[in-house]
Design a protein around this ligand. Structure first.
Ligand code: GTR
Length: 325
């Protein structure tokens, strides 16, 4: 009897020591390589989570698409908690959470300032919470700049898109957008674009300058037309089941850590856009500015008229923070 009690106490003590010292390790997936602005922000997030949970949580980052170079697969991995956390584009996440597709509407924001005024507003932040029905918890937004078309043949105006094949992220709205602009859309993972352009399966794709560098696309697609049709924010998010099991204090620590990485990522982003642009120019990329975007905007008018009503409230919220001209 006495022996059992001692054994029980010993067991409880072991459990207590284990609970105090145990460290939970969570995986974070990132398709961009080390040193890319979002990857630097992932690292900052991991550092702050560790600090604010007093070492109880460790985030292991898998950059450069180590877990998968396909963001759709990454999102599925988070859904089943094969990976707990990931950083992806809202363009990819839109296929899992229809509300996010508002960002896939072309020419939605006037500028980066406009986008951030919305993302940091109450309705913008609420969109992160509204990932819940999809099985996710949104932690914060990151900058993904403006996306433009690039190709392996000279690109000077919207007319040059006609009849050509352009890669889009797997998302129906993005398919419709590219088709409204006159090209055929080919949905595929970012990791497949390089060889698809190289072998002529597609003629081009669309993205921001940092991604042209991170995926080496500038090496096979030398023409970049700055029509800036999309501003797709990036999202740091996690598996909701894992989140729900965290004590409130830990959830607060995760939120505080994520919130603090936003300014960090935006700064890193702005600096890297300049660096990436310099790099591709030095490597022979022909960049054509598009001072008048009217032909592009006209091409998507019909699409916006069809799709816009699905996002009426969010569009009104975005309009409410539009900077005065
Ligand atoms: C990049 C973005 C990635 C990925 C990629 C793509 O701009 O950072 O998360 O979405 O575009 O086009 O697939």
């Amino acid at each position: 009897m006495k022996l059992t009690r001692i054994a029980l106490i010993a067991l409880m003590l072991t459990a207590f020591v284990f609970a105090v010292s145990a460290q939970t390790v969570l995986k974070l997936a990132e398709i961009h390589p080390q040193g890319y602005p979002t990857e630097l922000a992932d690292e900052e997030f991991a550092k702050l989570v560790n600090k604010y949970t007093n070492g109880q949580f460790k985030i292991d980052i898998f950059p450069g698409g180590q877990l998968s170079g396909d963001e759709k697969v990454v999102i599925e991995q988070v859904k089943i908690n094969a990976v707990s956390i990931a950083r992806v584009s809202s363009g990819a996440l839109g296929s899992f959470n229809a509300q996010l597709n508002v960002f896939s509407l072309p020419y939605l924001f006037d500028s980066s300032d406009h986008m951030w005024a919305f993302l940091l507003s109450k309705p913008g932040m609420k969109m992160l919470d509204d990932l819940a029905p999809s099985g996710f918890v949104g932690l914060c937004w990151y900058d993904g700049g403006a996306r433009s078309f690039y190709a392996n043949y000279p690109l000077n105006s919207i007319a040059d898109l006609k009849g050509k094949k352009y890669r889009v992220m797997p998302n129906n709205l993005l398919v419709k957008m590219v088709e409204a602009m006159g090209a055929s859309a080919v949905p595929m993972a970012a990791g497949q674009v390089f060889s698809a352009v190289q072998t002529g399966v597609i003629d081009g794709a669309e993205n921001n300058a940092p991604s042209l560098v991170s995926f080496n696309h500038y090496q096979v697609a030398k023409y970049y037309l700055l029509d800036e049709h999309l501003r797709l924010p990036e999202v740091l998010f996690m598996n909701k089941g894992v989140w729900d099991k965290l004590p409130k204090a830990t959830q607060d620590a995760f939120r505080k850590a994520a919130a603090e990485t936003v300014a960090f990522q935006r700064k890193a982003w702005d600096a890297y856009v300049i660096e990436a642009t310099k790099k591709i120019v030095a490597e022979g990329e022909i960049i054509v500015p598009v001072p008048d975007k009217t032909p592009f905007k006209n091409a998507v008018k019909q699409l916006l008229a069809e799709e816009g009503p699905k996002f009426a409230q969010t569009l009104a919220d975005i309009d409410a923070v539009r900077p005065k001209k």
